[in-house]
Design a protein around this ligand. Structure first.
Ligand SMILES: C[S@@+](CC[C@H](N)C(=O)[O-])C[C@H]1O[C@@H](n2cnc3c(N)ncnc32)[C@H](O)[C@@H]1O
Length: 443
């Protein structure tokens, strides 16, 4: 890209005066990021913490956002957030909305986006798939800051729209085993020389508790010995992720091969691999997707964005002929390892699904059904490739309703009907939405 240099000094920006608060505003909606929508004379504002039907005063922040200043009239569905860190922490931004209303809201968001961007409605919405709504997260990523002068470590979650660290004793949505480790980590980490090169700390709970330290470089032998002792005392595995982000985490103390449960299978994974946030709901979701896919033994199934085999291995165990594609080569290896451990035959390949598929041998076969579970970016290229191949059925698992709606438009244009839809309550108390869609091509 061309760069242009100027000898002129950059103009000094005048510090802008904060905008005046807007009073007695009525909230008319809730957007897909969980913010209340206010339409005033100066345009639309998205207000953090506000709910539809409420009358509020708000403080504008930037061009479109705002913070809630005063609540004059509360919505019926408003509840008092139980977490003491709710006001500061950027994690659970829908705790102030009653759980049934959160689920209704998520379904409404998906339904509205599908209508707005794809012009479609689901023939049938199933009741949301739900499970434990607190203490469910099996992965906690903690930010750190070492104050060398005061010899004090800050360890916690990031505040909303800020780099500030909110230190908490417990995180209300994290699994108990992860919370129990927090005091021990706060006491232990400052005793290590590596504390001044610590990036984040990740805690994982699957078949064991794992502590993953993100470090700029390898720790000293003395630190490694201390970490081994900590692992023994706390009965945890310890992994080190040293160097740049592309480096793979390595086990320092590994008591068991890391595994997570899917339907009828315990699957190998490694820290750094994608892992669904809610263990119980993951299993319900996989079971539901498989029942919709209903693979017959003679049918060929194409699975896209397969990860380490969360959907693949249960499908193959049911006798389906699966071709599974994943973009991270080491995860493809894990998938193949999982297939070998369960004695199932399948094709697994590494590919960037957002590139042209011409060069991929697997892409030249015919497929009866497709299951795809992309990241938040959706499948902007892959969905065209899928539609062009005209499989009878497409099961789409989405964690981003806006990109789902964009991709659904492509399927709708290729004569697919949205037969069933369902919210998966994978991220209760937060605005994040997971959903499952069954598209069928009318012959
Ligand atoms: C939401 S995860 C789902 C993984 C798996 N289905 C599961 O349930 O564990 C999305 C996966 O897509 C992969 N991915 C992201 N972009 C990709 C691309 N352009 N091509 C291929 N795979 C990609 C990621 O590495 C990740 O494993």
């Amino acid at each position: 890209m061309a760069q242009f240099y100027s000898t002129r000094k950059p103009q000094q920006r005048k510090a802008s005066r904060p905008a005046s608060p807007l009073t007695q505003q009525t909230v008319v909606g809730l957007d897909h990021q969980g913010r209340g929508v206010v339409r005033g004379k100066s345009g639309v504002r998205f207000v953090h913490g506000a709910l539809p039907g409420e009358v509020i005063d708000l403080q504008p922040q930037g061009k479109y956002e705002a913070n809630l200043l005063t609540l004059h009239q509360a919505a019926e569905d408003r509840v008092s957030p139980p977490c003491p860190y709710y006001d500061k922490c950027g994690g659970c931004d829908l705790q102030h909305l009653a759980l049934p209303a959160q689920r209704r809201h998520k379904q409404q968001v998906v339904s509205e986006l599908l209508m707005k961007f794809a012009g479609i409605t689901a023939q049938h919405w199933l009741e949301p798939l739900v499970a434990e709504a607190w203490a469910y997260r099996r992965r906690l990523r903690l930010a750190t800051h070492w104050d060398a002068k005061r010899r004090r470590l800050r360890l916690g979650l990031r505040a909303r729209a800020s780099k500030e660290i909110v230190e908490m004793d417990t995180c209300a949505i994290a699994q108990a085993e992860l919370n129990q480790l927090l005091p021990a980590l706060r006491a232990f980490l400052p005793t290590l020389a590596l504390v001044n090169m610590l990036g984040h700390v990740e805690l994982l709970q699957t078949n064991q508790v794992m502590v993953i330290l993100r470090l700029k470089s390898q720790p000293s032998q003395a630190d490694k010995a201390a970490l081994k002792q900590f692992a023994q005392e706390q009965k945890v595995a310890v992994w080190l992720h040293c160097g740049d982000m592309a480096a793979t985490p390595e086990a320092l103390v590994n008591n068991l091969p890391p595994r997570y449960e899917s339907v009828g299978a315990e699957l190998d994974f490694q820290p750094g691999d994608f892992l669904q946030a809610h263990a119980e709901l993951n299993q319900l979701m996989v079971a539901q997707a498989l029942s919709w896919l209903a693979p017959a033994p003679d049918e060929k199934i194409l699975e896209l964005y397969a990860g380490s085999g969360n959907f693949t291995i249960p499908m193959a165990l049911q006798g389906a002929q699966v071709t599974a594609i994943e973009g991270v080569p080491s995860m493809v290896q894990r998938l193949q390892q999982n297939a070998a451990r369960y004695g199932v035959t399948l094709d697994a390949a590494h590919a960037d699904l957002e590139q042209d598929w011409q060069a991929y041998a697997w892409a030249h076969q015919g497929f009866n059904k497709v299951l795809l579970d992309p990241a938040r970016a959706g499948a902007p290229h892959a969905i065209h490739e899928v539609a062009r191949r005209q499989p009878q059925r497409v099961i789409y698992i989405s964690c981003a309703p806006d990109t789902l709606a964009r991709d659904a438009k492509v399927l709708a244009a290729a004569d697919y009907q949205l037969r069933q839809a369902q919210i998966i309550d994978m991220f209760p108390q937060t605005h994040h939405i997971e959903c499952l869609m069954w598209f069928e091509r009318e012959a």
